[in-house]
Design a protein around this ligand. Structure first.
Ligand code: NAD
Ligand code: USQ
Length: 382
């Protein structure tokens, strides 16, 4: 299958591009490299040093004997995007290319506007490009579990059957996103759903939970292929941050009471989920929604697990409750369905002590790259 991975230089996109290539798909990457620029803006860096996109691709060719083509440009630049679609004529596209940090989107007005304008207009360009150039192309779009928020009822996969005043319908599941970033994903979902209904496009929205872990079998083949590892208070995410904090003797930063519960998934499962969605495409006019996570945890529970494994390695890792910079429920009901990808063949890799230990060793190896002052959260929701 000819696949374009938009955002293929990023944390999820790079290992996905390698995995799809290793599985025999003909892969091209599109990326503006803006994620590397945000590190410059924030004074942060990936804990694991990462090679340039061109070095990565040359090494993949040397190691795996397979070509991945790359185009550097912004999906918000319609002329560039249309040119790539005409050149590549993909059977499917995977769209990761968005500003994905909730804290970044909450820095101030400018960052909120930037996040929503970039994310929504990039996806709109892609939808129009597919309609006009490759109407049979399957769009696999990365959404987020955070679109649903934390309702006091079970969360379904995209849709819910509702009976109202004696009448019944299956409708999109209600959305209560918790940041300007998460809101941008809801806007995307509505736009994609409309284009499937109006134009007959085929799309899969992968509502992914928080991703943890760093490497996959392909990125581990050579240090030049290593994946990025975000640990700072803006782009770092819960479990990965706790591991790094434990490795360097920093208190584990549980925000508030720590009962915030989310769906989590290993990066090695992310790439398999995308493969499954691609190899079992949505039909024309269909807007499919899969909840892409394998287990749910509270942040307190995760911090305690990391602390316990770190303790066995002789590391001091105290679970601290720091003031919550966000506006979110800290104790709540959470039970989200996640059966669609398993039905397609996903065999989940669950969180293990061994994986936490591997991550701790990786963090220890690069601990001297942690920039002072970047671990604590700095962005407040109000
Ligand atoms: P990332 O920032 O590491 O990667 C995104 C990549 O897209 C970067 O390489 C960036 O340069 C590129 N990009 C961003 N905007 C672009 C644009 N307008 N044009 C071209 N390229 C652009 O993020 P990630 O963690 O890999 O996340 C990828 C996707 O998965 C995002 O859409 C995110 O919302 C979703 N997601 C991520 C997680 C997670 O825990 N990381 C969880 C759920 C969903
Ligand atoms: N949290 C802590 N301590 C930390 C970091 C986070 O307690 O040091 C808490 C947050 O308050 C929140 C939860 O952990 O309750 C998750 O936060 P996060 O930073 O790990 O993840 P989030 O901001 O939700 O965003 C990440 C990705 C985003 C993706 C989302 C999936 O950055 O792209 O969409 O996970 S989900 O959470 O399911 O919406």
């Amino acid at each position: 299958m000819r696949v374009i991975v938009f955002g293929g230089d990023g944390f999820c996109g790079w290992p996905t591009a390698l995995h799809l290539s290793a599985q025999g798909h003909d892969v091209a990457i599109v990326d503006s490299l803006v994620r590397r620029q945000w590190d410059v803006e924030l004074g942060t860096q990936s804990l694991v040093p990462i090679a340039s996109l061109w070095e990565r691709l040359a090494r993949w060719k040397a190691v795996a004997g397979r070509d991945i083509r790359a185009y550097v440009g912004d999906v918000c630049d319609a002329e560039f995007l249309y040119g790539v679609l005409r050149m590549e004529h993909p059977d499917a596209v995977v769209h990761f290319a968005e500003q994905r940090s909730a804290p970044y989107s909450m820095i101030d007005r400018a960052h909120a506007v930037y996040t929503q304008v970039q994310n929504v207009s990039g996806t709109l360009n892609l939808l129009y490009g597919i309609k006009e150039i490759v109407p049979a192309c399957h769009l696999v779009k990365l959404g987020t579990m955070g679109e649903y928020g934390t309702p006091n009822i079970d969360i379904e996969e995209g849709y819910i059957e509702i009976t109202h005043h004696g009448r019944k319908d299956v409708l999109p599941y209600p959305k209560q996103p918790g940041s300007m970033y998460h809101l941008s994903k809801v806007h995307d979902s509505h736009n994609i759903h409309f284009c499937c209904r109006a134009w007959g496009l085929a799309a899969t929205d992968l509502n992914q939970g928080v991703v943890y872990g760093v490497q996959t079998p392909e990125t581990l083949l050579d240090p030049v292929l290593y994946n990025r590892f975000d640990v700072d208070g803006v782009f770092g995410t819960a479990l990965n941050r706790f591991v790094v904090e434990a490795a360097v003797g920093h208190d584990l930063t549980v925000y508030g009471r720590g009962g915030q519960t989310r769906g989590f998934i290993q990066i090695a499962d992310t790439v398999r989920c995308v493969q499954l969605a691609l190899e079992h495409p949505a039909g024309a006019g269909e807007f499919r929604v899969f909840n892409q996570f394998t287990e749910q945890f509270s942040v307190e529970d995760l911090a305690r697990r990391v602390s316990a494994v770190a303790g066995r390695l002789g590391l001091q890792a105290r679970v601290a409750h720091v003031e919550n910079p966000r506006v979110e429920r800290e104790e709540h009901y959470y039970n989200a369905a996640h059966t669609a990808l398993v039905a397609l063949g996903l065999e989940p890799h669950l969180l293990s002590e061994g994986l936490i230990e591997d991550l701790l060793h990786l963090a220890l190896r690069f601990a001297d790259r942690i920039l002072p002052g970047t671990l604590l959260p700095t962005v407040r929701w109000r």
